[in-house]
Ligand binder design. Structure first.
Ligand code: F6P
Length: 413
């Protein structure tokens, strides 16, 4: 259903509002809807020449000047949204914390004839929130502060917002979203809203703009066909990491997600060094399958010394759990949790890279492909190419791309 709509984001800082706003905006745009996002934080940073608005005190409810400036910024964005809608725009997304009723009443009053949809974002996952705070503390607006001070300042800013927070309750069209789990927790819609079914779909559907799923380079254990462990890259593995760095030098990757194992960090490091700037976030959820009593053994040793493992695992690889370790099936939950963290921590518009392991990458890939359980542990996961994944309501792309640079292409293996 066509028409005009104002979407108002609501939520404390670092709750995934902007990511959700961009996901809504970009997807509706692909459907042919004229959408624009009006982000108060971006406007504030544009107007701020001396970092005065990044200090936590700027956000104190007791700071009269700070409050005035924040309301002025909100007003400017409201006016731009009004102009956009008058000039043929269809959906305006007001992306700001909008945590007080007073602020929301002002927004309502500015669009008296238009339907309004309030989208409140919450995130109950403490770990994801913490990781998001860490990421925010590294943003440009805090570059004049140490990491510690930036974090402290951002946490204080959130406390100020918490002290005045009034959850949605009287707005006739409101939806409460868990932005970490991409699910709708509550909704109350009192009129027929344009695009509403589509909006529900977008909120709950995973959209992947560009995900580069890379397996770490060759390790000493790989060379000996050993299972698990935490071994280093070989020279060839290092060479692969350098070739990846070269390959991705012109593709913007702001964050690389790895496991805690050295081999993924060593693969990610040269890639990150070629990017400006790029942070590496190690997630334990992406650690390789724990092979329990078989860790450090070669596959041949397992066949000889523990024939029952080889016998039982072979025909039932997905469900099989290593004694004192894991199986593909038991890894599923943690890997999916890792993926949720990735989507929560990554800005919606940015490319994503994950440097993982053979079994973990199979699980990641299988969460996008609908594969039979039995096929998952056999998905091809080479070390000389990576998967490029794109998923949106219009397309699903999975390509396996070789990355070795011309200089190293001669090394066969
Ligand atoms: O051999 C490398 C490795 O990552 C091991 O650490 C891991 O146990 C294995 O691959 C997973 O692959 P598969 O399930 O096929 O044994």
């Amino acid at each position: 259903m066509k028409g005009k709509l104002v979407i108002v984001m609501v939520g404390l800082p670092a709750r995934g509002k902007s990511t959700m706003a961009r996901k809504l905006g970009r997807t509706l745009e692909m459907d042919g809807v004229r959408v624009r996002i009006f982000n108060n934080g971006e406007l504030r940073r544009k107007l701020d020449t001396d970092f005065s608005t990044s200090s936590s005190e700027f956000f104190s409810p007791a700071n009269v000047q700070g409050k005035e400036m924040r309301e002025r910024i909100s007003q400017l964005n409201i006016e731009q949204a009004q102009a956009f809608l008058q000039e043929g725009g269809e959906v305006a997304v007001i992306d700001a914390s909008n945590v007080t009723r007073e602020r929301r009443r002002n927004i309502d009053a500015a669009f008296p004839a238009l339907p309004m949809l309030y989208v409140e974002c919450v995130n109950a996952d403490e770990e994801a929130l913490e990781a998001n705070l860490e990421r925010k503390a590294g943003l440009k607006e805090f570059r004049h502060l140490s990491r510690e001070k930036a974090l402290e300042s951002f946490v204080r800013r959130i406390h100020y917002y918490e002290s005045i927070y009034e959850p949605l309750d009287e707005e006739p069209n409101r939806i409460l979203v868990d932005s970490f789990d991409s699910c709708i927790l509550q909704e109350r819609i009192s009129e027929v809203l344009p695009y509403y079914d589509r909006i529900r779909d977008i909120i709950t559907t995973r959209v992947v703009r560009n995900l580069y799923l890379v397996r770490h380079g060759e390790t000493f254990y790989n060379r000996e066909d050993r299972i698990g462990g935490d071994s280093d890259l070989t020279d060839r593995g290092q060479d692969q990491a350098n070739a990846l760095a070269e390959h991705f030098a012109t593709i913007r990757i702001p964050i690389i997600f790895t496991s805690n194992h050295k081999r993924t960090l060593q693969t990610a490091t040269p890639i990150a060094e070629r990017q400006q700037p790029c942070s590496i976030i190690a997630l334990p959820e992406f650690n390789e399958i724990n092979a329990g009593v078989c860790e450090h053994m070669t596959y041949e040793q397992v066949r000889r010394q523990m024939p029952e493992v080889a016998r039982e695992r072979g025909p039932n690889k997905y469900r099989y759990v290593y004694p004192e370790g894991e199986g593909y099936a038991t890894m599923e939950e943690r890997v999916h949790r890792g993926l949720k963290k990735v989507f929560f921590l990554n800005n919606y518009d940015e490319n994503i890279m994950i440097v993982g392991h053979r079994a973990v990458n199979r699980m990641i890939l299988s969460s996008f492909l609908s594969r039979q359980e039995a096929e998952i542990p056999f998905i091809y996961m080479p070390q000389d190419r990576y998967y490029h994944i794109q998923i949106d309501p219009h397309k699903r792309i999975f390509e396996l791309i070789p990355y070795r640079s011309v200089a190293t292409a001669g090394i066969g293996w």
